[in-house]
Design a protein around this ligand. Structure first.
Ligand code: ADP
Length: 533
C-alpha cells in the first residue's frame, strides 16, 4: 500500500478507517502515554489523547466495561501481561462488553507492537456486536437443526420398531400355523381352519404393507392422482352401503344424508378418496359401541359450472377422543388406548393416510371430539365436474366383466419365484390362456427369439430377477429387430409399486404395469385389452 501523499488522500483514509474501527491508539511504553491516531466520533466511549494508559484503564474499566468482564479486562490490559503475551505471539485480542449509551456492545481490541518495536504498543478497537449476534443466531439455528435431526432420527427408529412389531405378529402366526398344518395334514378340518387363519394374517400383512407404502409414497410426493370419472351418487352409495353392513353387524345405527342432488359425474382419484373416507368411517364403527349412532352427512358448499366443493361430515356418538390426544390423532402410529396398536386391531395409520390423501387432493380434514360423547370428522374437498361421456362409460363397464376367454392365445411368463409362477399360471389357465415359463430375463429373451414372430401373444415380465432383470430383458426384446419386436405386448408384473417403478417399466418399453399381489380382475382386463384389442 503506497503512502497517501495529499491532505485529501489522508482524509479519505481516515474516513474509511472510521467506518471500520472505533479507534487506533498507540502507547509509548517508556512514558506510558497513550496517543489517539484515529477515532470514530460515533463511538460513545472515547479514549483520551495524551492520557496515562494505566490511569485511563483504571477509570474506564469500572465505569464502562460490563461487570462480568471487568476482572478479565483489567488482567488482559495490564502492560506486563500484554508484554508476556506478545513474547509468545504477534498480536493478542481482548473481547469484552462495553456500555455504549443504554446498552452493552461487543468490542474486540487487538494489541500488537508497532513493527516489532517493543517500546510502542498499537491498540485497535472494533465493534463486533452485529457479527457476534449473527454468529449467535447461526449457532442457535444449528442447535435447533441438530435437535430436529435427533428428533427425526428418534422418530424413524420408533417407526421402524413399530413396523417390525406389526409385521412380526402376523408373520409369526403364518409361520406357526403353516408348521402346524404340515404336522396335521391328514386332519382336513384343522387344515381348513388353519388356512383361514393364515389367510386373515396374510391379508392383514398385505393391507399393512400397502398402508405403509401409501403413507411413504404420499409423504415423499412420489405419487400421482389417478383421475377417473365417477358419478358421486354411486360412489357415496357404495361407500355408505359397505359401512352400513359393518355398522349393522355391531348393531350401530348408521344413516347417510345426502343434502342435494349428486347425480353429477366428477373426475377424481376414486380409489384414494374412497380409502380416505373409509378409514374415517371404519373408525367411527370401530370406536362406537353397540346401539350407538353414526351420521354421514354430505352437502355442497359451493357449486359452479365446473366444480363442486363438498363437505362430508362423519359424526359418531362413540367413545370420543381425549383432548390431549386430539392434536396427535393424524400422526402415524398414534392410538389413544395405551398407544398400543394391537388393542383395537388397527395400525394407527388410518387417519395419517386419510389426511395425506385429502391434503394431496387439496382438501382439508378436521377432527372434533369430546371424551365419552363422540367424535366428528369433517372433510372438505373440491371436485371437478365432467361432461357425460358414453365412450368412457362403456370402457368402465368392461372392466367389471369376468367372462374372458383367451382360447388359442399364448403367454410367456418370465418369473423367478416358484410360488408366483404356480399362482399366475393357474389364474391364466383358468381363462384358457396357454402359458410357457422362463425363470429369468435372459431365458425370457432366448425363448422369445427362438420362436417365430407372433408365437407369443403377450409377455408377462417380472422386474426383479436373477441373471437378468425384467427391464433389461424388455429393452433387449424391443431392440431385437424382429418383425414383432415392437408390437408384442409386454406387461410388467411386479411388487415394485411406486410411481417411479411404473415410469421405469414404461420407459423400458412395457405396455402395462400390474402390481403384485395380483388383482385378478384387473389382470384379465389388461390382458384382454392387450391381446384382443
Ligand atoms: P387405527 O384406527 O388403526 O388405530 P387411526 O389412525 O385410524 O388408527 O386412528 C388413530 C387413533 O385415533 C385410534 O387408535 C383411536 O384412538 C383414535 N380415533 C380415530 N377415530 C376415532 C373415533 N371416531 N372415535 C374415537 N377415537 C378415534
Amino acid at each position: 500500500m503506497g503512502k497517501p501523499k495529499t491532505e485529501k488522500e489522508q482524509e479519505i483514509l481516515e474516513n474509511v478507517l472510521k467506518e471500520e474501527i472505533d479507534f487506533i491508539t498507540y502507547v509509548d511504553l517508556n512514558t506510558r502515554v497513550s496517543r489517539v491516531i484515529v477515532t470514530n466520533e460515533e463511538t460513545d466511549v472515547m479514549p483520551t489523547n495524551g492520557g496515562d494508559y494505566d490511569e485511563i484503564n483504571r477509570q474506564a474499566i469500572p465505569a464502562y466495561v460490563h461487570p462480568e468482564d471487568q476482572e478479565y479486562c483489567a488482567k488482559q490490559l495490564d502492560i506486563s501481561y500484554i508484554q508476556a503475551e506478545l513474547e509468545k505471539k504477534d498480536h493478542m485480542v481482548v473481547n469484552y462488553r462495553l456500555l455504549c449509551g443504554e446498552r452493552y456492545r461487543r468490542k474486540e481490541l487487538s494489541i500488537s507492537y508497532h513493527k516489532g518495536d517493543k517500546n510502542t504498543l498499537v491498540l485497535v478497537r472494533r465493534d463486533v456486536t452485529d457479527s457476534y449476534e449473527e454468529e449467535q443466531k447461526q449457532k442457535e439455528r444449528l442447535y435447533y437443526a441438530l435437535m430436529d435431526a435427533r428428533h427425526a432420527n428418534q422418530e424413524k427408529n420408533e417407526f421402524l420398531e413399530r413396523m417390525s412389531h406389526e409385521i412380526r405378529t402376523p408373520m409369526n402366526s403364518i409361520i406357526g400355523l403353516s408348521y402346524l398344518t404340515s404336522e396335521h395334514a391328514d386332519n382336513q378340518k384343522q387344515v381348513l381352519e388353519n388356512l383361514t387363519k393364515i389367510n386373515v394374517s396374510a391379508h392383514f400383512l398385505l393391507s399393512f404393507i400397502n398402508d405403509i407404502l401409501n403413507l411413504s409414497q404420499i409423504e415423499s410426493g412420489n405419487v400421482a392422482l389417478i383421475q377417473e370419472d365417477a358419478e358421486l351418487d354411486t360412489f357415496l352409495e357404495e361407500l355408505g352401503g359397505g359401512i352400513c353392513k359393518k355398522a349393522d353387524n355391531k348393531e350401530i345405527h348408521f344413516s347417510m344424508e345426502k343434502r342435494g342432488d349428486f347425480k353429477q359425474k366428477y373426475s377424481f382419484d376414486v380409489e384414494k378418496l374412497r380409502k380416505a373416507l373409509l378409514n374415517i368411517l371404519e373408525n367411527a364403527v370401530k370406536f362406537t359401541p353397540t346401539e350407538g349412532k353414526i351420521d354421514f352427512i354430505i352437502e355442497k358448499t359451493l357449486d359452479t359450472d365446473t366444480e363442486t366443493t363438498l363437505r362430508l361430515e362423519i359424526r359418531d356418538n362413540g367413545i370420543g377422543i381425549d383432548e390431549d390426544f386430539l392434536p396427535y390423532i393424524f400422526d402415524p402410529f398414534e392410538q389413544e388406548e395405551n398407544r398400543n396398536t394391537t388393542l383395537n386391531g388397527g395400525t394407527g395409520l388410518g387417519l395419517a393416510i386419510a389426511r395425506n390423501i385429502i391434503e394431496f387432493m387439496d382438501g382439508r380434514i378436521d377432527a372434533y371430539s369430546e371424551k365419552g360423547k363422540g367424535s366428528t370428522f369433517v372433510v372438505t374437498i373440491t371436485l371437478q365436474k365432467v361432461a357425460d361421456d358414453e365412450e368412457r362409460e362403456r370402457k368402465q363397464n368392461k372392466s367389471e366383466r369376468m367372462d374372458y376367454d383367451f382360447t388359442g392365445k399364448r403367454a410367456l411368463l418370465v418369473e423367478d419365484n416358484e410360488i408366483n409362477i404356480e399362482i399366475t399360471k393357474n389364474i391364466l389357465l383358468h381363462k384358457n390362456l396357454e402359458v410357457e415359463v422362463a425363470v429369468n430375463g435372459e431365458e425370457g429373451v432366448t425363448r422369445y427369439l427362438e420362436h417365430e414372430p407372433g408365437y407369443y401373444d403377450v409377455i408377462l415380465m417380472d422386474i426383479r430377477m436373477p441373471v437378468m432383470d425384467g427391464l433389461t430383458a424388455t429393452k433387449q426384446i424391443r431392440c431385437s429387430g424382429r418383425e414383432d419386436s415392437l408390437q408384442v405386448p409386454i406387461v410388467a408384473m411386479t411388487a415394485n409399486v411406486f410411481e417411479e417403478d411404473v415410469r421405469k417399466s414404461f420407459e423400458a418399453g412395457m405396455d402395462a404395469h400390474l402390481s403384485k399381489p395380483l388383482d385378478i380382475k384387473q389382470m384379465y382386463f389388461v390382458l384382454d385389452s392387450m391381446i384382443c384389442g
